[in-house]
Design a protein around this ligand. Structure first.
Ligand code: UT7
Length: 349
């Protein structure tokens, strides 16, 4: 069977470093609280007007494409994962296609938040396996800093997020045993509102038990985004952190086990696990449950925070650049986040 391999990988983080001390200027928090609960020391924030989710994706993509030894014109499909798109619509995929002067190829946007990159990789993998495309660009990028509540009200969520982008080029491989061995995708929408941005949207309180905005009283044209929604911070992400934490530490090891079992492997076979960088404590739980040594797990949340769809490709690229991933290594990706959605992938590098 034809498999796909990662032929090129790149990442980009903005220059602007935002420390925990910097956050104290906006909200009641402390370096001690943030480091103790999340492991995060600092994160990067995009230039306010000079950088967007797409432009960061372009930076990462340019590196991945160059390392794959091809040009943007060789790319025949784009899969772009983000929860912080430049526009509500159209998606970032077409903006990247335009910015990189690519051919009139297909561009698909994936909305699976923290597991978005692994979902996107899985979609691209299927297109390679069927032989439909030969050079697929997969991007995960986020500009969280533009859409967070920087008041104390939003401190439980705003301190964890950072900006950045990661990208890979997928190509077919004929080499025996090499490439993406399998991908595993899951969801449980029961808890969809536990980590969500409620508005703007078209739900009209359909799923909301205690609504702030009253749609039956609203004028036509004022239902998508109202002053009441803004006053209630519904334009910012909202999270019941402990509930997300509890589910993540169960589902992430579970999906890793599922991937290993599907390939007749065990945790001891993993050369490196790249967990979604949600919280260092979650990654440590996952490591403990899988009984992995420190050198079998790669974390960089300490300096980049949680970059959602970008976190897995950024960490994967950094680990590769540091020589921690070599040809033949078994690389495992695992992610969990809003939806809830979670996903895993096993790659023979
Ligand atoms: O990647 C997307 C998926 N997201 C995740 O995986 C996140 C999962 N959840 C978490 O990582 C953790 O729940 C958080 C790091 C977000 C929060 O940590 P926690 O230990 O669960 O804290 P908490 O929300 O239960 O809040 C504990 C206390 C509260 O104060 P009281 O009520 O005990 O007085 C919060 O108000 O900590 C307070 N608090 C803060 N204090 C200082 C919450 N955020 C902050 C803050 N600085 N930034």
């Amino acid at each position: 069977m034809q498999r796909s391999k990662i032929a090129g990988i790149g990442y980009y983080v903005p220059k602007n470093v935002f420390t925990n001390e910097d956050l104290k200027k906006y909200m009641d928090t402390s370096d001690e609280w943030i480091q103790e609960r999340t492991g995060i020391k600092e994160r990067r924030y995009a230039d306010r007007t000079g950088e967007t989710t797409t432009t960061m994706g372009v930076e990462a993509a340019a590196i991945a494409i160059e390392r794959a030894g091809i040009t943007p014109q060789d790319i025949d499909f784009i899969v772009f994962a983000t929860l912080s798109p430049d526009y509500y619509f159209p998606g970032c995929g077409v903006l990247l296609q335009r910015a990189m002067k690519m051919k009139e190829i297909g561009a698909l946007d994936v909305r699976n938040q923290c597991s978005g990159f692994v979902y996107a990789l899985s979609v691209a993998d299927q297109f390679i396996k069927t032989g439909m495309y030969k050079n697929i660009l997969v991007v995960g990028a986020e500009k969280h800093s533009f859409g967070l509540d920087f008041s104390t009200r939003g401190r439980n969520i705003s301190v964890i997020f950072g900006d950045g982008a990661g990208a890979v080029v997928l190509q077919p491989t004929q080499k025996d045993g090499q490439g993406i061995l399998s991908t595993h995708l899951h969801s449980d929408g029961e808890s969809a509102e536990i980590l969500a941005m409620y508005n703007p949207g078209t739900h009209a309180n359909h799923w909301v038990t205690d609504p702030v905005a009253k749609f039956d009283e609203a004028e036509m044209g004022q239902m998508f985004m109202s002053h009441a929604m803004i006053d209630d911070a519904q334009n910012f992400p909202n999270m019941d952190g402990p509930s997300v934490f509890k589910k993540a530490i169960v589902k992430m090891p579970e999906v890793v086990h599922e991937a290993l079992t599907a390939n007749g492997l065990t945790a001891a076979d993993i050369n490196i696990l790249i967990p979604h960088q949600a919280n260092l404590r979650i990654a440590q739980f996952v490591q403990q449950k899988l009984q992995l040594r420190d050198d079998q797990v790669y974390n960089n949340i300490q300096k980049f925070g949680n970059t959602t769809a970008a976190s897995v490709p950024i960490a994967l690229c950094e680990a590769w650049e540091q020589g921690k991933i070599k040809e033949g290594d078994l690389v495992c990706l695992a992610a969990f986040g809003s939806g809830f959605t979670w996903a895993g992938a096993l790659i023979r590098w």
